[in-house]
Design a protein around this ligand. Sequence first.
Ligand SMILES: O=C(O)c1ccccc1N[C@@H]1O[C@H](COP(=O)(O)O)[C@@H](O)[C@H]1O
Length: 226
Amino acid sequence: MPAFLSRAARTRIKICGLTREADVDAAVEAGADAVGFVLWSGSARHVTLARAAELARRLPPFVMPVGLFVNATPPEIDAACTAIPNLLLQFHGDETPAQCDAASTGRRPYMRAARMKPGFDLLDFAQSYPNAQAILLDAHVEGYGGGGKVFDWSLVPSGVLRPVVLSGGLSPANVIDGVLRVRPWAVDVSSGVEVGKGLKDAELMRRFCEAVREADARRADADRGE
Ligand SMILES: O=C(O)c1ccccc1N[C@@H]1O[C@H](COP(=O)(O)O)[C@@H](O)[C@H]1O
């Protein structure tokens, strides 16, 4: 059985939209498995590639840098992958399967964001991106994402058969519920651990990660029938 389907899996944590050194350090300290840099200039959390590379150099081994793109060109993605080794690509715009595959050149792992709303066919969407390493679920919001909006988790069907990353308005207050309801491979948070756009709060990040661990413990108990 693939690890992402295992009931015992520890829910991975990505914290996105970091812009400051202290926030990168605090995210790692809190227990993040991945940290995201918004490389789309249309976002209030945007960082230049040079800045993202500088921040990514602070990451210790086994904490992965993620580059968030919205309709970036292949040369922009090439430049990012050159500047930041081991960059996981997050396509959060209108990228087609062919565009994602071309940008990844078959060698760079990527996640594709799905914008969840009633009527959206997630199974069909996931199938149309067979080379995406994960499907990231975000709420359908004005613009492209990062709006701090929770979508209706009951829209997530069982049987996606791909690693799912739950995002969209997660926070220390609701992430336990999200993990128990959706059982994602990973969770991704931005607005819910912020004091201002791109300005993270160390205490909120700590509480978020702690809540995910609590959800994992409850999930394990539930699976054991306790
Ligand atoms: O963070 C942004 O500014 C952003 C811009 C464009 C697309 C996605 C963006 N962020 C991603 O959105 C989800 C949900 O974020 P939130 O927790 O609801 O604020 C997350 O994957 C961010 O990486």
